[in-house]
Structure formats: structure tokens, C-alpha cells
Design a protein around this ligand. Structure first.
Ligand SMILES: *[C@@H]1O[C@H](CO)[C@@H](O)[C@H](O)[C@H]1NC(C)=O
Ligand SMILES: *[C@@H]1O[C@H](CO)[C@@H](O)[C@H](O)[C@H]1NC(C)=O
Ligand SMILES: *[C@@H]1O[C@H](CO)[C@@H](O)[C@H](O)[C@H]1NC(C)=O
Length: 407
């Protein structure tokens, strides 16, 4: 009887061991080997990387090294068409013909550090729906779901994460009077909205992030409809930000120009800078290449075009896809340069003078960003490392089993 229990304990311990080991950024992986938290196992044949490696899907928390700066001094990972998710069905029951731009739920995007959510809002079936359509009219076969569903996901996140700030950018086709107001109220989100009166129109600094947290004004909402600012108090996007061209036009090497609705990128009376970087037609094969070095190159080009300003929002399709560091690395670079004067937020020291940086890891390191002085510095991991817990547990069982044996 007793030795049976011992034997079982040993077996459990042995089974736990292989799962306890998880892989670092850049290491070769397979469906049976687990990457560290914040990484996913993927390849990028479009870049010639046919072998699967652990790839970053989470940026560092922008405020983790230097907190308390104005909102416009941080860069936020943003998902283009956040609601258009692979495998989604139309809540009308119809087939859904609209393209898909992301792969996981808004809840999961938020969990992975996405802080800019882009939604297309339409009047539809006596309600406000998320829809990707044409001519401003939603059809059953272009309708995703009622907007309130997605807004509730954001509300739940803000309610359970009291120091997080989220921005919603609406491509807004809603004409019904107070349509947006109603749906933001119904989802619970209006209580978090930063009021218009706190948004600077003259290029001045925004409220600081710690003040936004203290006042519980942790939601910033922009609409593409100019008249909503006067009628409902929703900020008209291009009164506050400049934005580059989206789609294929915005991917052209070496040039970064403004989209037609935006003032020129170097307009300093707009204190926010929004960078789009995605194809006109989302392409799951090509996107991992787009979200890699070309994205960072374009970010640097746009920095020049925007009067030496780094983007506050970096909007991509399939934000988890890249050949290594991806959109997470771009966001870390922008945050490092703005908040601490380092090449990446990963090299910034907490609460140190501007420009005090840790040395980047040696070139031979497989990790361009996660490495600091020590490659496994736990402060670099976006969330707790479940792998080491499993190792701890299995060694504990092994030790207990050995102790019992000695008895
Ligand atoms: C669209 O879907 C609704 C159900 O949400 C259905 O009642 C209606 O008949 C559909 N319209 C068309 C044109 O198929
Ligand atoms: C958000 O809250 C959940 C639930 O409390 C927690 O597990 C998660 O780590 C929090 N995320 C962030 C980014 O604070
Ligand atoms: C998607 O990208 C791949 C790889 O770059 C390319 O071969 C393919 O033609 C693209 N598909 C479309 C529909 O553009």
C-alpha cells in the first residue's frame, strides 16, 4: 500500500518534469514544447524562417519603468479591427464575408497588453453593431455582433485592472441620435471616460497616467465623426492626433505621409501620433514579415515625419504574428526612447535619470529585446513564469518521495 503511493508520487513528479521546462524567446519550439509566458511558438516562412521559434506576443507594460508621465508620453499596442476575429460568425446567423484582422478575443488582446482597440460602429437592427462594411451601411453578411458585447469586455477589464488605461478608436458610421452615448452607458464604460474638457487641443500635454488612474478616468475614446464632439462629447480623433496613411499605401518604404483626414504629421498642435502599419487586405502569410523589421523601420521613418515624435499608438493586423519581437518590440522601442531615452523599454532602469540604460544583450543572443544584463531577468517577463512553478512543484514531490523512502 505505502510503496504504491510512493511509486505514484514518483510517477507524478516524473510526468511534471518535462512540462516544467519552458523555452525562452528565440528558442526552437514545437507543439509539445512550451514557450515562456508572453511568447508563442510560430514560424514565418514569408521571412524564410520555416523553423518554429518562441516569438513575443506581449509588450512590456509602458508605465513599468517610468510612471506618472503625461498620457501622450507613452506608446500603446493597438489592434486594427480588434473585433474582426478569425472564425467569428455573424450574430445575425448569416454567413460573414468581412475580412478578419485578428485571431483572439478582445479580452485576450487586453490580457496580452493591447491598449488601443479599433472598432467600426454602425446603426443596425435598431442597435449599434460592429460591422465591416461598405458605404456606411451594415448588412447581415458584414455584421459581427452588437457593439455592447465588445464594450462589456473592455468594461470588465477596466473593472478588474484598476491601473490600466485603454483607448478606443471608432470608425464611426452611427447616425442615430445619442447612439454612441447609449451603448457606452449600457456597457458600463461611460463611467471610465476621460471627459473632453481634459483633452488638450493645442498640442499641450495630456493628463498624467497616474492622475487618470487616480480619477478613474481610464478610458479615452475617439470618433471619426466630427459632429459627435459637439453633440455627444466624443472626441473627434483628428482634433487631437495626427495619423499616417493606412493600408498598402502606408507600407511604402521610406515614406510616411498623413491620411487625408489628418493634419500633416509634423503638426505640433496635435499631441498624439497614430501609426498604422497593415495591408489593405489582411494576409495571414505575409503579416509576420510586415510586423517584423519593416514595422520598426517605418516607425523610425514616421518618427522623422512627425517632427521627431514616436508613435503613441502602433496599429497592426494579427498583432501576435512576427518573426521574433514583432509589434511588441516596436512598442517597447517607442516607450524606451520616450520615457527613458533608451533603445528599448527593456534597457531602461526604473526611476533612474533619463538616458540611464542597461547595455543591450550581446549580438549572439537569440533575444533582441527580452535580454538585459541577465537573459532571464524576471523583470523582463510580462507575466509570472508558470514554468518555474511547475519545476518547483515537481522537485518538491521528488524530495518528499525521497524523504518517505528513507523512512
Ligand atoms: C438578417 O438577420 C436577421 C436576424 O438577425 C433576420 O431576421 C433577417 O431576416 C436577416 N435579413 C436578411 C436580408 O437575410
Ligand atoms: C488584470 O486583472 C486580472 C484579474 O485580477 C489579473 O489576473 C491580471 O494579471 C491583470 N492584468 C493586468 C495587466 O494588470
Ligand atoms: C499573401 O502573402 C503571400 C506571401 O507574401 C503571397 O505569396 C500571397 O500572394 C499573398 N496573398 C494575397 C491574396 O495577396
Amino acid at each position: 500500500m505505502g510503496s504504491n503511493i510512493l511509486f505514484n508520487l514518483m510517477l507524478i513528479a516524473l510526468c511534471l518534469l518535462p512540462f516544467g521546462h519552458s523555452l525562452e524567446m528565440g528558442e526552437t519550439c514545437s507543439p509539445s514544447s512550451k514557450c515562456d509566458a508572453g511568447l508563442s511558438c510560430q514560424s514565418c516562412p514569408a521571412n524564410g524562417n520555416t523553423e518554429s521559434t518562441c516569438t513575443r506576443i506581449q509588450p512590456l507594460n509602458p508605465t513599468s519603468k517610468v510612471n506618472g508621465l503625461p498620457f501622450n508620453k507613452y506608446s500603446w499596442l493597438t489592434t486594427h479591427n480588434s473585433y474582426a476575429i478569425t472564425g467569428a460568425n455573424s450574430a445575425t446567423g448569416s454567413i460573414l464575408l468581412s475580412p478578419k484582422n485578428q485571431e483572439d478575443s478582445i479580452t485576450n488582446q487586453l490580457k496580452n497588453g493591447v491598449r488601443g482597440i479599433m472598432l467600426d460602429t454602425y446603426d443596425f437592427q435598431n442597435d449599434i453593431w460592429l460591422c465591416h462594411s461598405t458605404g456606411g451601411t451594415c448588412f447581415n453578411f458584414t455584421a459581427f455582433q452588437p457593439a455592447a458585447n465588445a464594450l462589456k469586455e473592455i468594461n470588465d477589464f477596466l473593472e478588474s485592472n484598476l491601473s490600466e488605461i485603454v483607448t478606443i478608436i471608432l470608425e464611426d458610421y452611427v447616425k442615430s441620435p445619442n447612439g454612441l452615448t447609449k451603448v457606452f452607458k449600457a456597457s458600463g464604460l461611460s463611467k471610465f471616460q476621460l471627459p473632453l474638457s481634459r483633452m488638450p487641443k493645442d498640442g499641450k500635454d495630456w493628463p498624467t497616467v497616474d492622475d487618470m488612474v487616480k480619477q478613474n478616468q481610464r478610458l479615452v475614446v475617439f470618433t471619426s465623426k466630427k459632429d459627435k464632439e459637439a453633440s455627444e462629447g466624443f472626441a473627434y480623433q483628428w482634433n487631437y492626433m495626427v495619423e499616417n496613411q493606412y493600408g498598402n499605401e502606408g507600407l511604402k518604404d521610406g515614406s510616411c505621409s498623413s491620411r487625408s483626414e489628418s493634419s500633416p504629421l509634423d503638426t505640433k498642435s496635435r499631441s498624439l501620433v497614430f501609426q498604422n502599419y497593415f495591408e489593405t487586405n489582411p494576409n495571414t502569410t505575409q503579416v509576420c514579415a510586415d510586423n517584423s523589421s519593416p514595422l520598426i523601420e517605418m516607425m523610425r521613418t514616421c518618427h522623422g515625419a512627425a517632427g521627431k515624435r514616436w508613435p503613441n499608438f502602433i496599429a497592426v493586423d494579427f498583432y501576435q504574428r512576427s518573426d521574433g519581437g514583432g509589434a511588441a518590440e516596436a512598442v517597447d522601442e517607442a516607450n524606451g526612447r520616450v520615457t527613458c531615452g533608451c533603445d528599448s523599454l527593456a534597457y531602461c532602469k526604473s526611476n533612474a535619470p533619463f538616458g540611464t540604460c542597461d547595455a543591450p544583450p550581446p549580438k549572439s543572443s537569440p533575444s533582441p529585446v527580452t535580454g538585459q544584463t541577465s537573459k532571464r531577468d524576471p523583470t523582463n517577463l510580462p507575466v509570472g513564469n508558470a514554468g518555474s512553478t511547475a519545476i518547483g512543484l515537481s522537485s518538491l514531490i521528488l524530495i518528499s518521495a525521497a524523504t518517505l523512502l528513507l523512512w
